[in-house]
Design a binder for this molecule. Structure first.
Ligand SMILES: C[S@@+](CC[C@H](N)C(=O)[O-])C[C@H]1O[C@@H](n2cnc3c(N)ncnc32)[C@H](O)[C@@H]1O
Length: 394
């Protein structure tokens, strides 16, 4: 079936799709339209987001398109250089030392840059983890992680393993950098008849958002404290909360560090943020229409760190620290590491300065990105939170 996709409503500043991207996007749109028809004309937004990002072979993370770095759609901290990983290594060493040893489990490892640089730095510090485990849903990205680790010579020398599912009785450090923002979210709208989930319809030319079932009563209860006006739209992250519970269930002792963009609940559900936090990324251009370029642009939502903390506490984890990325990296010695670095060429110096700026500047990742540590059998304080710890704001 050929779909008469309406391509005239795209933001003009987006670069055009290649023929191959267009074919992939059309094929995925057909799969989603079929699902909408089978479901009787509407599917819930989180189901739409799940397909757009993860449909086998066609979803954003399941296809071979370059996603990370300059030639991709967005840049993450480990992709900028090794400073983020070198700081993280110091936090990892402290945690594994307090536990008397243990492993690292990275969930959603992207290109493998963090794994490679973390292992190199921990080797340099003479404090390698027992094993470095990776839980990654995308087969294509697993392959690129293997390649990155082999290129750095890490794969042959370290105990790196890819898991299909959560391990049991885990002891050590779990790291998730920009994972939770990539998990499908529910979208909701405050309506006269209560909080309604948003669903997605196909009108023959385009996907459309529309109100759907009543939301989970737990969401309505949670939102009641924020006194939101009619028409207010935002997101809710049951999959992220379930993810935190899974970590708690499989962990005997250790710490999970979640690093991502987001806010505590009172900022997340601020009255003025009345269109939510959903963002799409294509070739370093950001916009807010998730219904175009399906499968070839990233869709993300910010993280509600208060909800993460509550999910963790309910599952038996203690909140060990919460701060902004800039403060976390400074606490772990970023300034000293940067001082020791002597880039040789002018180009290297510019790249290095750019890395520092993006990691630290308040208008880049420095303030918007937060770090939360949840743990079991490890007491605060942790080194990464010694300069600032805002647990009280959650
Ligand atoms: C935005 S990318 C971040 C990648 C990397 N951590 C970084 O900072 O560059 C999200 C990653 O999470 C993976 N992912 C998404 N859902 C996942 C899940 N449920 N379990 C494991 N990995 C997942 C994606 O395939 C991708 O590797």
């Amino acid at each position: 079936m050929e779909l008469p996709l309406n391509r005239h409503s795209e933001p003009e500043r987006l670069p055009p799709l290649s023929d191959e991207e267009q074919r992939q996007s059309d094929a995925l749109a057909r799969v989603i339209v079929d699902e909408i028809e089978r479901a009787g004309g509407i599917i819930e937004f989180s189901r739409y987001m799940e397909s757009v990002l993860y449909a086998p072979g066609l979803g954003y993370y399941a296809s071979g398109r370059q996603k990370f770095g300059e030639a991709g759609d967005f840049v993450t901290a480990p992709e900028l250089g090794n400073l983020f990983a070198r700081c993280m290594a110091r936090q990892a060493v402290e945690i594994l030392d307090r536990l008397g040893g243990g492993s690292i489990l990275e969930v959603g490892a992207g290109s493998g840059a963090l794994a490679a640089d973390l292992l190199v730095e921990m080797g340099r510090l003479g404090a390698l983890p027992d094993r470095y485990l990776i839980l990654e849903t995308s087969a294509i990205l697993q392959a690129s992680q293997r390649e990155t680790l082999s290129r750095q010579g890490v794969l042959v020398t370290q105990r790196v393993d890819w898991l299909r599912t959560w391990p049991a009785g885990f002891r050590g450090l779990v790291v998730a950098n920009e994972l939770l923002d990539a998990l499908p979210v529910q979208r909701f709208c405050v309506a006269a008849n209560g909080v309604r989930l948003l669903g997605v319809r196909w009108d023959g030319g385009r996907f459309h958002e529309t109100t759907f079932d009543a939301a989970d009563p737990r969401l309505s209860e949670r939102l009641a404290t924020f006194e939101l006006p009619l028409g207010y739209i935002s997101e809710w992250h049951p999959q992220a909360h379930a993810w935190v519970r899974s970590v708690a269930d499989m962990m005997d002792a250790g710490v999970v560090l979640v690093i991502d963009y987001g806010f505590p609940a009172h900022e997340f559900y601020h009255r003025d943020r009345n269109r939510g936090t959903l963002m799409c990324h294509y070739r370093h251009r950001a916009h807010d229409d998730p219904y175009i370029r399906v499968g070839v642009q990233d869709i993300t939502a910010h993280v509600d760190f208060s909800a993460c903390a509550s999910a963790g506490r309910e599952a038996g984890l203690e909140v060990l620290g919460y701060t902004q990325q800039a403060a976390f990296l400074l606490s772990l010695g970023l300034a000293q590491l940067a001082d020791q670095e002597v880039p040789e060429s002018v180009v290297d110096r510019v790249t290095f300065a750019q890395q520092l700026k993006i990691l630290m500047h308040p208008s880049e990742m420095g303030e918007l990105f937060k770090v939360i540590a949840l743990g079991k059998g490890v007491a605060p304080p942790l080194a990464g939170f010694q300069l600032s710890d805002h647990r009280g704001r959650l």
